[in-house]
Ligand binder design. Structure first.
Ligand SMILES: *Cc1c(COP(=O)(O)O)cnc(C)c1O
Length: 429
């Protein structure tokens, strides 16, 4: 949008701007393909000489209006939707790193991202150094290699809830001449804009709070436009030398600040094809309209629940960045002044066994793999999402065997607390 609107306004009004006689609501462009008058015009699209739509695997208007909204919320210059958060992080890294390259990643990232980088992308020849995000900058710098191509972290780690010192990581990346990629899924652009703290690329699993209703798996990549690829020409030949698959286009020259995102679209989306279904993009857009309201309630409820748990005699520990006792309280105040997210982790005095017992007594909170939607839910990472990790990797990821991940929804907070209270009591007998 042209005016400098606040996020609440962007969430409702940005993206689709109907003209006379057009639908008020963003339409679903349920079409694989688009019509052109002349063969010449179509040819220009394939040469990237003109922008437009020709095939939904590369771009679809419904998706683009939604991506544009997220782009504005993050303060970027270009964005694209992907079929999942996994696809977003995969493309975000693969767009700058290839076989023989190296990346640096915070150890506390989401289990799926951890696996993607340390197992699957390793098979593709990309090496990953996993680092403790709390290490001092000077120590982190020792992990930089001549072939390092990017640094990766999460604003608030899922499920460790470690708040990343984004500025420290930005310095690490920029001193090495590489971009910082931040997965901002848990914070959402409502609670944090990583670009304002130096991130170059922001990724999202839109599956979580953005969708907000557990309806669609999806992802997004936002390009800040701030990284100067030409200043590091040798490191990023994919962006700074001719792409033969497009008659020798040099992305950084032709597309300026949108070079990274253009390359991701016309190369990675073209060849790997993880497009988001336009119907899912439509539903995501509905979710985005209420994101600020929901985030406010998620944070309010989670703070109350965290305070309740902290006082409960059967609870061994509670991890929520909004608690003054929390190790990341200060970083949270800096990067997430409006609140962190609705996710809390905690352990019962009953340990690993107590965790599974308690979960079976819950009546309102459901046991699901999902997090970060309107309904309160719980998960035991050691036996669910992170079960592919050994104990050492679990500890490095900040996930204790007894850790319960509680995703606080937007129900009435007294009802949520009452449910937890009875389940904890029964499990502790
Ligand atoms: C869920 C999640 C992902 C993966 O997203 P999917 O949409 O499930 O593919 C990536 N990063 C974070 C932080 C997540 O929470």
């Amino acid at each position: 949008m042209s005016k400098n609107y606040a996020k609440e306004t962007i969430c409702v009004q940005s993206g689709w701007q109907p003209k006379n006689g057009e639908p008020r609501v963003l339409p679903i462009y349920q079409s694989t393909t688009f019509k052109y008058e002349t063969s010449e015009q179509m040819g220009r699209l394939f040469d990237l000489e003109e922008s437009g739509y020709f095939y939904t695997r590369l771009q679809n208007p419904t998706n683009d209006y939604v991506a544009q909204k997220i782009c504005e919320l993050e303060g970027g210059v270009a964005a694209m939707l992907t079929s999942s958060g996994q696809a977003a992080n995969y493309y975000a890294v693969f767009n700058v790193a290839e076989a023989g390259d190296h990346v640096i990643m915070s150890s506390t990232v989401y289990g799926g991202t951890f696996n993607l980088l340390t197992v699957t992308m390793k098979k593709m020849g990309i090496e990953c150094s996993v680092v403790d995000p709390d290490l001092p900058l000077e120590t982190l710098k020792t992990y930089v290699k001549p072939n390092t191509k990017c640094v990766l972290g999460e604003t608030i780690a899922n499920p460790a809830l470690v708040v990343l010192d984004i500025e420290k990581f930005a310095t690490l990346a920029h001193d090495a001449g590489v971009p910082l990629i931040i997965d901002n899924t848990f914070a959402t652009p409502i609670n944090c804009n990583p670009i304002a703290f130096g991130a170059d690329i922001v990724t999202h699993s839109t599956t979580k709070y953005m969708d907000g209703h557990a309806m669609c798996v999806g992802g997004c990549i936002v390009d800040s436009g701030n990284f100067d690829w030409m200043a590091h020409k040798e490191k990023f030949p994919g962006l700074t030398t001719p792409d033969e698959s497009y008659h020798g286009i040099v992305y950084a020259e032709k597309f300026g600040r949108a070079a990274y995102l253009t390359k991701a679209t016309v190369q990675l989306m073209r060849d790997l094809g993880s497009i988001q279904a336009p119907q899912n993009a439509f539903l995501l857009n509905v979710g985005l309209e209420t994101l600020p309201l929901r985030m406010e309630r998620h944070c309010y409820n989670a703070q109350k629940v965290a305070e309740f748990l902290e006082q409960n005699e059967n609870v061994a520990w509670v991890n929520y960045p909004g608690l003054k006792s929390n190790k990341y309280y200060e970083l949270g105040q800096k990067y997430l002044p409006k609140g962190s997210c609705g996710v809390i982790s905690f352990g019962l005095k009953g340990g690993r066994e107590g965790a599974s017992k308690m979960m079976d007594y819950l009546e309102l909170a459901a046991i699901v793999t999902h997090v970060a939607d309107a309904r309160t839910c719980v998960l035991h990472p050691a036996s669910h999402t992170h079960r592919q990790m050994n104990d050492q990797q679990l500890l490095e990821a900040g996930v204790a065997p007894e850790l319960i991940r509680l995703s606080v929804g937007i129900e009435n907070v007294e009802d949520i607390i009452a449910d937890l209270s009875q389940a904890i009591e029964k499990a502790s007998k």
